[in-house]
Design a protein around this ligand. Structure first.
Ligand SMILES: [Zn+2]
Ligand SMILES: [Zn+2]
Length: 339
C-alpha cells in the first residue's frame, strides 16, 4: 500500500510503498477514507523532545471502511463504515473487559511511532477502537469524531454546566470543537481568544459571542463586559509555552482552567496566582466510556455540525506539502487527507 511517512524532525513527510497490514486474530484492518491532520502531529514532527522513529505513519483522526476482520472478531463485517479512535487497547485486561479501554495499562497511542496510523491506504487496529457510523454520515464527518470526542471530554473534565461562561484560548480545531460543545451545553457567553483574524471570524460564525486578539484585548475583560464577571471556565486549546500562565491570568477567583492544548516543552506558571484565586486546574486527554457513542449520536442527529471546520482536503501525494504548510501560521482549520 501507499503511505505517507515521517523521516526526521523538521524534515518533510514522504509518500512511499510499504507492506499491506494483515488482520491477525482479534484485529481489524480499515481502508482509510478521510484522516484529519492534528495539531499534535505537527507538534510531534517538529519537536526534538518527541522521539518518533523514521518510518512512522502518523494520523489518528480517521474514518473508513472495514477491509479485513481477523479471527475471533465479532460485530464487524467487511464494508462497515466506521470511525476509529486514536488508542489501541489490549482488549483482554480487567479495564478492557469493563469497557475502559482507554485506561488499559497496555494502551498504546496510534500514529506516533508505536502503532502505525492512517496517513495510509490501510490501517490495522482492534475492535475496541472501532465505532460504526450511522447511515448517511459522511466519512469527512466521521473523521471529525476523534477531535469531537476530545472536546466533549474537555467539557466533562471542566464539569461545564448550562448557564456558565467560558473563554476559549485558540480557535484551531480543538478550540472550535470546545466552542461547539460549550454552545451545545448551554453556555451563557463564550469569548474566543485567537491571534489570526480569519480564525476569529470563523469562531464568530460558529456562535462565539466575542472573539478578541489577545495582543490587543484581554479576553477576561471582554467576558466581564458581556456577562458582568470573569469566565467560569478557561479552556486552554493552544499548547504553546506561556499559554498555561495566560489561562491562569484570565481565570476568575474560584474558576476552573481546563488544558487541552498539547505542549511538550517545559512551561513555568505562577502557582501563587493560581492559589490566590483557588483555581481548579484540569488536564484533559483521554476519553470515558460512552463519549465516542455520544459524539457520534450528536453529530449524526445534526445538533452539532463539524462541516464548517473542514476547510481543505488533500490527496496522499499532496499531504507532505499540506503538512509543511500547516507548520506556518495559517488561516486553515481542519485539513483532511482524502482518498
Ligand atoms: Zn488529534
Ligand atoms: Zn487492556
Amino acid at each position: 500500500m501507499r503511505a505517507c511517512i515521517f523521516r526526521a524532525t523538521g524534515a518533510p513527510l514522504e509518500v512511499v510503498e510499504v507492506p499491506d497490514p494483515q488482520a491477525e486474530a482479534g484485529e481489524v484492518v480499515v481502508r482509510v477514507k478521510n484522516c484529519g491532520i492534528c495539531g499534535s502531529d505537527l507538534h510531534a514532527a517538529a519537536s526534538r523532545s518527541v522521539k518518533m522513529p523514521s518510518g512512522t505513519i502518523m494520523g489518528h483522526e480517521f474514518a473508513g471502511v472495514v477491509e479485513q476482520v481477523g479471527e475471533g472478531v465479532n460485530g464487524f463485517a467487511r464494508g462497515d463504515a466506521v470511525a476509529v479512535m486514536s488508542y489501541l487497547a489490549c482488549g483482554e485486561c480487567e479495564m478492557c473487559s469493563a469497557g475502559l479501554g482507554v485506561k488499559c495499562a497496555r494502551m498504546r497511542l496510534v500514529g506516533f511511532g508505536d502503532v502505525p496510523g492512517a496517513y495510509a491506504e490501510l490501517m490495522k487496529t482492534r475492535p475496541g477502537s472501532v465505532f460504526k457510523l450511522p447511515q448517511g454520515m459522511s466519512f469527512r464527518a466521521g473523521a471529525t469524531v476523534e477531535p469531537l470526542v476530545v472536546g466533549l471530554h474537555g467539557l466533562r473534565r471542566a464539569r461545564f454546566q448550562a448557564g456558565e461562561t467560558c473563554v476559549i484560548m485558540g480557535a484551531g480545531p480543538i478550540g472550535l470543537m470546545m466552542l461547539l460543545w460549550a454552545r451545545f451545553a448551554g453556555a451563557r457567553a463564550i469569548v474566543i481568544s485567537e491571534l489570526v483574524l480569519e480564525r476569529r471570524e470563523r469562531a464568530l460564525k460558529l456562535g462565539a459571542d466575542a472573539a478578541v486578539d489577545p495582543r490587543m484585548h484581554n479576553p477576561a475583560v471582554a467576558m466581564n463586559r458581556l456577562s458582568g464577571a470573569g469566565p467560569d471556565v478557561v479552556f486552554e486549546c493552544i499548547g504553546a509555552p506561556g499559554s498555561l500562565a495566560e489561562a491562569i491570568a484570565y481565570a476568575q477567583r474560584g474558576g476552573r482552567v481546563t488544558v487541552l492544548g498539547v505542549s511538550m516543552e517545559d512551561d513555568g506558571f505562577p502557582p501563587g496566582l493560581a492559589m490566590t484565586k483557588e483555581l481548579d486546574l484540569h488536564f484533559s486527554l483521554g476519553l470515558e466510556p460512552g463519549e465516542v457513542e455520544t459524539a457520534i449520536a450528536v453529530l449524526g442527529s445534526g445538533r452539532i455540525s463539524t462541516d464548517p471546520m473542514i476547510t481543505h482536503t488533500v490527496g496522499l501525494d499532496g499531504l507532505p506539502a499540506a503538512f509543511a504548510a500547516l507548520r506556518q501560521p495559517t488561516n486553515q482549520t481542519k485539513v483532511m487527507l482524502e482518498f
